[in-house]
Design a protein around this ligand. Sequence first.
Ligand code: G3P
Ligand code: MG
Length: 362
Amino acid sequence: ASRPFSQLPSRSERSSLGIAFDIDGVILRGRTPIGGAPQALRRLYGDCGIIQLLGALKIPFLFLTNGGGIPESKRASELSELLGINIVPSQVVQGHSPFKKLVNRFENELIVAVGKGEPAVVMSEYGFKKVLSMDEYASYFENIDPLSSYKIWTTKQASNSNSTSKEFTPRCNVLLDRVQAAFVVSDPVDWGRDIQVLCDILRTGGLPGKVNGHQPPLYFAADDLEYQAAFPSERLGMGAFRLALESIFNRIHHNALEYTSFGKPNPFVFKNAEAILRHLQSASYHVMTNGHPGCHPFKTLYMIGDNPSVDIKGARQAGHPWFSILTRTGVFRGEENHAEFPADLVVDTVEEAVDYILRTEC
Ligand code: G3P
Ligand code: MG
């Protein structure tokens, strides 16, 4: 039933605010929730259980991570399970999410997807039709990795490929077709093999073992030098892999490596997050008021992150209405604010950040 007008959400309930949560080092370390994340997130849902069930939020929020490797829908289910709340796929923005905007350009071209998890499945779901994971691609070229026999882990063979494209029967094409683009979707697992094969692809114009040709486009989902995982100190991220690839490529090739990096701190990531938060805002309002339209500009958008040069730099560059909150649960551990990229607020945990937001706004 429709709520009487007097019971429509108050101004604060209508949430002229939104929140973007970084994941690694703020919400999770590895797969373990940290900083009181589950209880903090629960406070962002309406009091009524049915509203939570419908996915309606008292305060619109999303996850804005530079990580990835699995489709957004799968990440939403994983997060729901780990955090005990109902996360919908549109609340998950990963480093590689903007790759779907390149589908028109490479839809029917052979592309290679690099990284942990299911990089080819991610790209197939975005609509790319001729995508192979690096594992599968490399497996077609005999002796391409002279160290493979020393590796104790198993390499997926073509038969149990990650590719979901039904029409694409790769074997006959791979040794003839040029790779038209390489996408580093998530943190690479076998750096040595991946650097070797990417150098092959990039310097030959897309066909390992052939003479040099024009470099195909190379895209990185993010450029984090380091990030916080389960280990006590930071781990090398995609930016470190990019540096390794770039320095080697530039030594063996006459033209410098050309590439594009997505992810935070790029301003378009924050613009996109704002647009998604607006959708979430109007969807929640629609449910809470049983159909009354309601959309108004955000007064404040909070970015809660652990990495000053990624999360805080990004929010600062994005400008109004972004407000940055830096936690001490990840890359940043300082007593005071960060010197080069100071946040608007520094707190110990994400729970403290949410507490501050609710105290300030409600
Ligand atoms: O690989 C993940 C890492 O680069 C950063 O993840 O959630 O801290 O943006 P996040
Ligand atoms: Mg982080």
